[in-house]
Design a protein around this ligand. Structure first.
Ligand SMILES: Nc1nc2c(c(=O)[nH]1)N[C@H]1C(S)=C(S)[C@@H](COP(=O)(O)O)O[C@H]1N2
Ligand SMILES: [Mo]
Length: 423
């Protein structure tokens, strides 16, 4: 079972009051954006004394918090904000911006971005470095939209056994959104990538709180960076990105884990060599051979940067709030996704894996990088505890599970045993 992390707050009343102020500011901001377009919008996440505020309470044994522009989300930590999406939001194809999970590494996140002064630079090993405002991006480049899943490498980490350190996420560090922006390729072409370019790095406005910590910078191979589907997005589900999800720009790397989806993106740099920064060389690495599962006593020595997502499904319903009755039909439902080959099949077992039935995949087609929702009618014959299992197969024939253990708790895609009580 997952053990919720609890943050203690001795300033609860204080926080509630200051949140009130910042909520109001946000509503004002939303009005400004709607009325005046984006050119002069200024987004602000903090209250007068610079604190990121939240109302914190406990519900169903988990702490929930409400941050600016967000619904009540499950709270892992508040500085930096790490907020998890409750599973019931996955009963929709697109995860609402207000409910989309949040994860930052440092408390020094941007709390205010003024679009009159904000610039994205594209430089390094290029012919003609670029300095672009969000307005320039909107006007000078072809807009492109795409639906894609953004999933934290550590989603579902809390279910690993033996347990591993790191954010103790349930299954809600994932979301599916329609991203709109410009092709990264178009930016790089305009800047003119010089021959022998090898990698491209991406950095945002967030800063580490100590000089001894490494700025969050990620790198991709040049071939990947100039592929068609990568975007520098300025919209999420048809609206400017929420501050906490990377306003005003974020990198979208369809099919790849969210660690590459750099938020509040302000600097793109082309390198003629391999980037050797901390967040590529030390963090976010996985065993090169995931089949030779590592153990706590025998950690993998040969590692590579985490990359494409593996195939998985998540049971969304019934959840612990649903009452399931013997003899009464319900729909078991959930989501499935992979790293971009699409979902070809989802199977469900209600008897602990002894037998499997094929679930119905939804017709809606949001492309291969999207959630695929699925459902299966079920009438439990008698009362008792049922073990409900779900197993997805991807377009390229990969099947969910078995779980491989790794010391960072990444890429969880084992077949989960969900206990469903029937009364
Ligand atoms: N600038 C910046 N971008 C970032 C991060 C960060 O700490 N700083 N965290 C990454 C990680 S690990 C995740 S899981 C996703 C989370 O995206 P979200 O907060 O929009 O859900 O952002 C990614 N992009
Ligand atoms: Mo992440």
């Amino acid at each position: 079972m997952r053990t919720p992390q609890k943050e203690t707050h001795n300033q609860a009343t204080d926080l509630q009051e200051s949140n009130h102020v910042s909520r109001r500011k946000f509503l004002l901001l939303a009005a400004t954006v709607a009325a005046g377009g984006l050119t002069s919008a200024c987004s602000n996440l903090s209250n007068e004394d610079g604190r990121q505020s939240s109302i914190i309470k406990v519900r169903d044994g988990l702490s929930v918090a409400r941050f600016p522009e967000k619904e009540e989300l499950i709270l892992l930590t508040d500085r930096p904000p790490q907020l998890e999406t409750p599973l019931f939001y996955y009963r929709q194809d697109l995860t609402p911006n207000e409910a989309f999970f949040v994860r930052w590494h440092f408390s020094g996140i941007p709390t205010s971005v003024d679009l009159r002064t904000f610039k994205l630079t594209v430089g390094g090993h290029v012919q003609k470095p670029l300095t672009l405002s969000v307005d320039d991006l909107r006007k000078q480049f072809e807009p492109v939209s795409l639906v894609a899943v953004n999933q934290c490498s550590g989603n579902s980490r809390s279910f690993f056994s033996p347990q591993v350190p790191g954010g103790q996420w349930g299954h809600g560090a994932v979301g599916n959104a329609r991203w709109t922006g410009v092709r990264l390729k178009d930016l790089l072409n305009k800047a003119g990538v010089k021959p022998q370019a090898m990698q491209v790095t991406f950095a945002g406005l967030d800063e580490p709180p100590l000089y001894s910590m490494h700025k969050f910078v990620k790198a991709l191979e040049i071939e990947h960076a100039i592929s068609d589907e990568l975007l520098v997005a300025y919209e999420m589900n048809g609206e400017p990105l929420p501050m906490l999800n990377g306003f005003p720009l974020r990198l979208v790397v369809p099919g790849w884990y969210a660690t590459y989806w750099v938020k509040s993106l302000s600097k793109i740099e082309v390198l003629p060599s391999k980037f050797d920064g901390f967040w590529m060389e030390k963090a976010y690495r996985i065993p090169r051979n995931e089949n030779a599962s590592e153990t706590p006593e025998n950690l993998a020595k040969d590692t590579i940067p985490i990359n494409r997502m593996n195939v998985r499904s998540i049971l969304v319903r019934p959840d612990f709030t649903d009452v399931v009755r013997a003899g009464k039909q319900i729909e078991i439902e959930g989501i499935a996704f992979d790293g971009g080959s699409g979902i070809s099949k989802v199977e469900v077992s209600v008897d602990g894996g002894a037998s499997w039935s094929v679930a119905q995949l939804d017709n809606s087609d949001n492309g291969k990088f999207s959630f695929k929702r699925w459902r299966m009618p079920w009438t439990p014959v008698s009362t008792g505890s049922y073990k409900v299992l779900t197993r997805a197969t991807s377009g390229d024939g990969k099947v969910q599970g078995p779980q491989f253990w790794n010391k960072s708790g990444y890429m969880r895609n084992g077949i989960e045993q969900n206990e469903v009580p029937v009364v």
